[in-house]
Write a protein that binds this ligand. Structure first.
Ligand code: AMP
Ligand code: GLY
Length: 425
């Protein structure tokens, strides 16, 4: 099978590398890809949002399957566009992807079907939202832009002043564009956060190994929110009891709710969960693999990923048997100085071999997020640059190997967190 992967970050590199392990794969393409991905798949400069460009590429190269990985092309109907002319795809159609692209939709879905989540109200007017927050007088309070906002559309306001500022930037100044024309104001929950990704074809749902993200930029969970600065799998807070409750109270009810709404979800459904004193609750859904969650979950997958994605597309996932490694996995992200604010690009990365990996360290995988390759050298080309990832007998060993690898890679201004996997639960 010749497969095209859409996207160009660390997540897509992890997907490409896992697909490459399959004996069933012929040619692998990735658009637009990046410097590191180009060592594992043929890349071409077709933007992830360019529906006609992707379709033309898929036709020209006669690919057998398209894996749409990022949220924005899914929300924009990339899968609908490709399926309409007969391409098989992994990923939800636009109607199903709305579970991520509209917080108002997902909150209302949870309310309607009794899926546990934070209590909330929806507002289309800035003044009404602020009045409500002041009336409630409960802080911190969580304010979320309705639409996609690059993971930055959530503000935890500690007082009325912070709430007013957040509402003004989302609804007044529209810093996220139309994504902020509606906001969700919700109750602040506490407890350890867990990410569970699940493969589903709308009839069968297989949760993958659990993981933990580290969203804040700096050690001790301080600083601005990012796309994710590192991950571990499994998540130590996710007990067998929590797993059982999540399956019964959240995962299966969500799959069924989407069917009942005529939005059958096929692909990878991302459950962002909080294990609160009142039980597990949904913080957010995503319609795709997390980044950098994919980087620690996929290395633990022992079933052939091609068998899974084709079964999802053909709605026969129940025929596939899922196998996971007992090993633990850790990923430490190295980012450009200044990320998630503005940062320079084009800085040479030292310590990598011709394939963008660390020489003499086959036990470590370097997933490239924002790199480009020019004349045999790798340069920074994004906020998150690399994800240094290792498997180990336990989390301790995986973290030790990943951090050892961090020590071997250098680029000017590089930032990384030193406390991935060290959060007190
Ligand atoms: P989201 O983009 O919805 O995942 O939110 C980003 C982060 O904000 C989450 O990972 C949580 O740490 C935090 N967060 C979101 N909603 C809540 C909530 N209701 N209570 C507490 N923290 C929250
Ligand atoms: N790492 C969080 C996300 O992919 O949404």
């Amino acid at each position: 099978m010749d497969i095209l992967v859409i996207g160009g970050g660390g997540r897509e590199h992890a997907i490409v590398r896992k697909l490459k392990e399959s004996p069933k794969v012929g040619k692998l393409y990735c658009t637009p890809g990046n410097g590191g991905i180009s060592r594992d798949a043929e890349c071409a400069p077709v933007g992830a949002m360019d529906k006609d460009g992707v379709l033309a590429f898929a036709k020209e190269h006669k690919v057998d399957f398209v894996f749409v990985a990022p949220d924005d092309p899914l929300a924009a109907g990339m899968v609908d566009h490709l399926e309409a002319v007969g391409f098989k795809c992994f990923g939800p159609n636009a109607k199903a992807a709305e579970i991520e692209s509209s917080k108002v939709f997902s909150k209302n879905l949870m309310k309607k079907y009794g899926i546990p989540t934070a209590a909330y109200e929806v507002f289309t007017e800035q003044g009404a939202a602020l009045d409500y927050i002041k009336e409630q007088g409960k802080y911190p309070v969580v304010i979320k832009a309705d639409g996609l906002a690059l993971g930055k559309g959530v503000v935890i306001a500690q007082d009325a002043g912070e709430a007013e500022k957040a509402l003004q930037s989302m609804m007044g100044e529209k810093i996220f564009g139309e994504s902020g024309s509606r906001v969700v104001v919700e109750e602040f929950l506490t407890g350890p956060e867990v990410t569970v990704l699940a493969f589903t074809d709308g009839e069968t749902l297989y949760p993958m190994a659990s993981s933990m993200d580290h969203k804040q930029a700096y050690d001790g969970d301080k600083g601005p929110n990012t796309g994710g600065m590192g991950t571990i799998s499994p998540n130590p807070a996710y007990t067998p009891e929590a797993e059982k409750r999540c399956m019964e109270e959240i995962f299966l009810p969500t799959m069924k709710a989407m069917n009942a709404e005529g939005r059958r979800f096929k692909g990878c459904l991302y459950f962002g969960l909080m294990l609160t004193p009142d039980g597990p609750k949904v913080i957010e859904y995503n319609s795709r693999f997390g980044d950098p969650e994919a980087q620690v979950v996929l290395p633990r997958l022992e079933t052939d990923l091609v068998d899974i994605i084709t079964a999802v597309a053909e709605e026969r996932l129940s025929e596939v048997e899922m196998k996971w490694s007992d090993k633990a996995c850790a990923c430490v992200v190295m980012a450009s100085g200044g990320y998630p604010g503005s940062y320079p690009k084009g800085i040479e990365i030292e310590g990598l071999d011709a394939d963008g990996q660390i020489p003499g360290k086959p036990e470590v995988t370097v997933y490239h997020a924002g790199t480009k390759l020019e004349n045999g050298k790798f340069y920074t080309n994004g906020g998150r640059v690399l994800g240094l990832t290792a498997l180990g007998a336990d989390l301790e060993e995986a973290l030790q190997k990943a951090y050892e690898a961090v020590g071997q890679v250098r680029f000017e201004g590089a930032m990384f967190r030193k406390d991935i996997g060290r959060r007190k639960l």
